[in-house]
Design a protein around this ligand. Sequence first.
Ligand SMILES: C[S@@+](CC[C@H](N)C(=O)[O-])C[C@H]1O[C@@H](n2cnc3c(N)ncnc32)[C@H](O)[C@@H]1O
Length: 364
Amino acid sequence: MENGIAETPVMEVEGNNARLAIMELANMISVPMSLNAVVRLKVADAMWQNGKNTPLTASEILSRILPPRTGDPENLQRILRMLASYHVFNEHITSQDASERRYSLTDVGKTLVTDENGLSYGSYVLQHHQDELMKAWPLVHEAVVDSSTEPFVKANGGETAYGVYGKKPEMNDLMLRAMSGVAVPVMKAVLDGYDGFDGVERLVDVGGSAGDCLRMIVDKYCHIKEGVNFDLPEVVAKAPKINGVTHVGGDMFKSIPKGDAVFMKWILTTWTDDEVKQIMINCFEAIPVGGKLIACEPVLPGHTDDSHRTRALLEGDIFVMTIYRAKGKHRTEEEYRELGKLAGFTSFRAIYLDYFYTLLEYQK
Ligand SMILES: C[S@@+](CC[C@H](N)C(=O)[O-])C[C@H]1O[C@@H](n2cnc3c(N)ncnc32)[C@H](O)[C@@H]1O
């Protein structure tokens, strides 16, 4: 008995667990698509109510997101209930017969609430489920058959993901918002635990998107006289003005602006080993002897298990393979150490501060 509801006993029949597990996997698409639906419907903001987070029925939530007497509360409840099983929502059953179900946000659900700066993880969810990206997913097997072209490229008439973002302003804008929504909370953790920016006066953020990482670093370290936010021209064209930060458009495969140190977050992962080596060589050339490259990247554990961390990292790896580069990948600490050596860096250390990203510090 749980919450007063009698559970139907299940007979222990050989293979039951395996059949159940494969059914769960086969139906798994319901999870990200329902998550995308709650973000599109702005459910988290409707539930949060300035921090009250009072458990609400689906009808009550619906009345906050749609015009009166419209929408289907039963279907919203079906989505909330399924996502409660993934700890996005708490489910509160108050009546004996479970006829009334109420929902509140868990800590996971709270990451979807828009903050005072208009940011949340919601934009990242939306970014991943745009039509152009979704078209690539039925072609994952193609990355095995022929890894010379990305599934995204095959599905989008020969265009790369960054090529398409560059041509479609709404995709470019969403990418900027998605990066900001993820970067700000992660950078808080990084800046609390890492002191490697000490002594730097000119810092270059390669692929810095809207400049959020750099803004936070420059705010904390007053000795940084200039931050250079370096990204593709169409990206920096949309970046907001930030005190102490200059936006510079360019291509990191050609050259990188000079600085005492180079920072980059979520860049190397996207590219092949040869491309990473080229980016690292360009970083090496941009800094003086003794200068640092500080990269913040997802780093794979050596062993495979079913923890949230391992799964989030392995799932991100398949995302990179499908969308950005068929031979771009999440790498292990050892693989990153070796790539740094090939680019000429003399020392390396990895610092684990965040569960998803690891700081990789290379010295020239
Ligand atoms: C995954 S995003 C990371 C953004 C930001 N560093 C963060 O973590 O929030 C990768 C960034 O690399 C930029 N980028 C892609 N190709 C680039 C190139 N050739 N030169 C410079 N930046 C590039 C993209 O525009 C994008 O902003």
